[in-house]
Design a protein around this ligand. Structure first.
Ligand SMILES: [Cu+2]
Length: 291
């Protein structure tokens, strides 16, 4: 699987330099412009704009990195510095489970996570959500650790929220991310379409879609994780993946994507806030069929 535990560990890269994109003058900007394109390269992101009006925003994410990209939108909680949040990230992806658990607790308290796109080349996704006035950061957390990455870009959201009828989640299936580390699926997931992803828990979660062989069961996936195996799972198949990156408790956003029809598993690898164990190993996996 592309995103095994090692891929999640790579999020520790968020200790590198911070490149803050300047917010351009907004005099000529129209208030109804709510689309933003984020292009990721595995170490950096470029934004089509650094300032948008508050309200519903469509964020289209693509990557040219062969290993894929995990593009995340976040901001420090009120009164918390960016440096503190970056230090929390370093905890989250330490090799020590107790430190990982503390990282999840600290990140839940110190930052707000608005999801984002987990993408591979050729399979962009769009995340639609409501953003209120604040300064946000956008980063590709797939960047390797080091002084050069990943780079953060700023996204300034200005003004008061405006109503918008452009809500792709209407009528779409919903996946709830729950406090007992489960995916609760309501409705039918399509190979090409939108899904509402709602974190109704008290901790952080993300949701990735990975293709698996037809007939794969959650029992087989649990048995694989319980075995401690590190190699390619017997149920894995090659194919594009897509996902919604980390969301804070109470957040919801819509993930729009186009994947081949077939069987997939929803996975989350955030560290448990008590044990440090990745949620997937505690049962946060759910086999679904995209039709
Ligand atoms: Cu989770």
């Amino acid at each position: 699987m592309r995103k095994g535990l090692t891929a999640v560990l790579a999020i520790g890269a968020l200790t590198g330099g911070v490149a803050t994109g300047a917010a351009p003058a907004a005099a000529s900007e129209r208030h109804d412009t709510t689309s933003l394109a984020v292009h990721a390269t595995g170490g950096a992101v470029t934004l089509s704009r650094h300032s948008v009006h508050a309200g519903r925003i469509r964020i289209t994410v693509d990557t040219t990195s062969p290993n894929g990209s995990n593009v995340l939108v976040f901001r420090p909680a009120r009164g918390v510095s960016l440096a503190t949040v970056l230090a929390d990230f370093a905890e989250e992806f330490s090799p020590d489970p107790a430190t990982d658990a503390k990282g999840t607790r600290d990140l839940t308290r110190d930052a707000r996570f608005y999801g984002g796109g987990d993408v591979v080349p050729g399979t962009p996704v769009t995340v639609t959500e409501n953003l209120t006035r604040a300064t946000y950061y956008v980063a590709d957390l797939a960047a390797p650790p080091g002084p050069n990455g990943p780079q953060l870009q700023t996204l300034v959201v200005r003004g008061e929220n405006e109503e918008s009828s452009d809500w792709p989640g209407r009528g779409a299936a919903t996946v709830r991310l729950t406090s007992n580390d489960r995916f609760l699926v309501t409705g039918r997931l399509h190979a090409r379409g939108s899904v509402v992803v709602a974190n109704v828990s008290d901790t952080l979660h993300f949701m990735d879609l990975q293709p698996v062989k037809p007939g794969t069961t959650d029992a087989q996936i649990q048995a694989y994780f319980a075995s401690g195996a590190q190699g390619q799972p017997p149920f894995a198949v090659n194919g594009p993946t897509a996902g919604m990156d980390v969301q804070s408790p109470g957040r919801r956003a819509v993930l729009s994507y186009s994947l081949p029809k077939g069987t997939y598993v929803l996975l989350c690898f955030v560290a448990d806030d008590m044990t440090g164990m990745p949620h997937a190993l505690m049962g946060m996996h759910k086999v679904v069929v995209l039709t």
